[in-house]
Design a protein. Sequence first.
Length: 195
Amino acid sequence: MTSVFSVEGKNIPCTVIEAGPCPVTQIRTIEKDGYSAVQLGFEEIKEKHATKPEIGHCKKAGTSPKKKFVEFDEFGEDVKLGDVVLVDLIEPATFVDISGISKGKGFQGVVKRHGFGGVGQSTHGQHNRLRAPGSVAASSYPSRVFKGMRMAGRTGGNKVTVQNLEVLKVIPENNLLIVKGSVPGANGSYLIITK
């Protein structure tokens, strides 16, 4: 994240996203595939790092192999195979939804994972269990732990969508998009931007 100053002089936290160029690598049709969508590719890679099917798939569209492929169903009928979608498709002062994979935090306890309060100060006779989950099951009936019980476990690494992020600025010459606020995922991770 970074920050920019508004016209009024306010410091606005924002995120800079590289969004494009994204060539159209495949067009799905209802007759052939059962649904209509447009597949876009992003981030060029060398042919030695791509599989033969990926190389052939991209050659049909007249582009070099790509690292990431995503399908969108919002595009109109005027898109053709090999067209390039640029960041100037998005206008400033509009709102977008951004999806990504959140940062993985590994195995975490219940205080960090679910926001449990712990015991707080070492009351109730506790001396070394301040962040423990406490009781998890019922008595002799039903003699099991209920499904969905909030416990310790792997945290993060989930698909997260942040809605209604304001587009502050579009820089088409560098394919950059500046949005207000934070987006899911670590630095350098892939995002899906929808209007």
